[in-house]
Design a binder for this molecule. Structure first.
Ligand SMILES: [Zn+2]
Ligand SMILES: [Zn+2]
Length: 389
């Protein structure tokens, strides 16, 4: 019997506003949008940031294929969580059906989410009005404290500490538990308890990590966001297995997110920094949680062979250094065959011998592990790296 598998895809991971700065390219610039496909085929979308556009385009290509009805959970109405809605192509296709879930905002009253749709598409903010969306849409109001069943999955909603309110969601699937707690700040006793309820025994705990602990203690206090340190503390307290740092600050370059991730990994074993294109599978045989990072957005590849010395850290945390040959090289990255299996999202030093006009030269590059596959030769791992400088 095969075990039930859930698949969680990250389409947008940036907080507050999308970024197109090349320095944020590796983790990605689209605002929050996640897709979860449960083992029973139930399709969930968590938040409708600009990442939603990409997800919609993917469906249009027929790669994933939307199920009969898609369940869209919206945490709150700040721009970064709703911005993608008018650009979600499946909403303009008549046969599609969507069930939306969100809370009644005291600023909007009844049918808050429907009003958000209408306002976003009101003239002159958008070229076509609401009626152009021909897909079937149903709206359900959800309150903090509620739990309900969708297919074989149990969804629970809890209030989190954020200006004008925000819901966190916990989805219990037969393959494992996903807790989605974006946009929350520590400091309110009741709401902190809610956060812990959402994350208890979760296999994947996605938490707001917009600020560094130092920022959170000083000039960003009261902004409604959290840090990696809070995520680690909560994960430890309530036995969450894997922590995903989410909602990266628009001013956090890839380097800054690297540092945040490194700090978190010193304190907690299983941590990822959410990156656009990342896919986590839950419940696969052997390893309960497997993460796949996006490969480099392919580019000019060069058929070449360079002798190289590679050093890094294994998944078990051991330092290693080995000689290898780099065969598949592009401007942004390389596929390197190694006997060691480095940790995903860790840094590698790659020193390559490159022949040139003045003889063989050494080229030192800093790489970042985005992909691990079984190598062509027995006992090797094919390691995909993106060069960061
Ligand atoms: Zn946000
Ligand atoms: Zn917000």
């Amino acid at each position: 019997m095969t075990s039930p598998i859930a698949k969680l895809s990250f389409w947008g991971v940036r907080g507050s506003t999308p970024t197109v700065d090349p320095a944020t390219w590796r983790y990605g610039g689209n605002t929050p949008c996640l897709e979860l496909v449960a083992p029973d085929g139930t399709q969930f979308i968590l938040d409708c940031g600009t990442g939603l556009r990409m997800l919609g385009n993917r469906w249009a290509e027929g790669i994933n294929g939307a199920s009969a009805e898609t369940h869209i959970l919206v945490t709150h109405y700040h721009w970064d969580h709703i911005q993608g809605l008018p650009f979600f192509a499946p909403l303009y296709v008549e046969k599609n059906q969507f069930q939306f879930y969100s809370f009644r905002s005291k600023f909007l009253g009844r049918d808050s989410l429907r009003q958000v749709f209408e306002a976003q598409m009101a003239l002159p903010y958008f070229p076509v009005d609401f009626s152009a969306m021909s897909a079937r849409r149903k709206f359900r109001e959800v309150d903090g404290g509620e739990s309900f069943q969708i297919g074989k999955n149990k969804v629970s909603a809890r209030w989190l500490n954020h200006p004008q309110g925000c819901l966190g969601f916990r989805i219990e699937t037969p393959a494992g538990i996903v807790a989605y707690a974006t946009d929350n700040e520590p400091g309110d006793q009741v709401l902190e308890k809610n956060l812990r309820e959402l994350a208890t025994d979760a296999d994947i705990f996605i938490n707001d990590a917009q600020f560094t602990p130092a920022q959170l203690d000083s000039r960003r206090k009261g902004w409604g966001h959290s840090s990696w340190r809070e995520g680690v503390n909560v994960a430890r307290e309530v036995n969450a297995k894997t922590l995903v740092l989410f909602h990266h600050d628009p001013d956090s370059t890839d380097r800054i997110v690297d540092e945040i991730l490194r700090d978190a990994r010193e304190k907690f074993d299983s941590v990822f920094a959410a990156s656009e294109g990342m896919v986590i599978t839950l419940g696969a045989a052997g390893e309960p949680v497997q993460a796949h990072m996006p490969g480099s957005r392919t580019a000019l590849r060069r058929e070449a062979q360079f002798r190289a010395c590679v050093s890094g850290v294994t998944a078990e945390g051991q330092k290693f250094e080995e000689e290898t040959v780099v065969r598949d090289l592009s401007l942004q990255g390389a596929l390197i065959s190694l006997k060691h299996s480095p940790r995903i999202q860790s840094e590698l030093q790659v020193t390559m011998q490159t022949p040139g006009a003045e003889g063989v030269q050494e080229m030192r590059l800093r790489g970042y592990v985005v992909r691990l596959e079984e190598g062509a030769e027995r006992g090797t791992t094919a390691v995909g790296v993106v060069f960061t400088d």
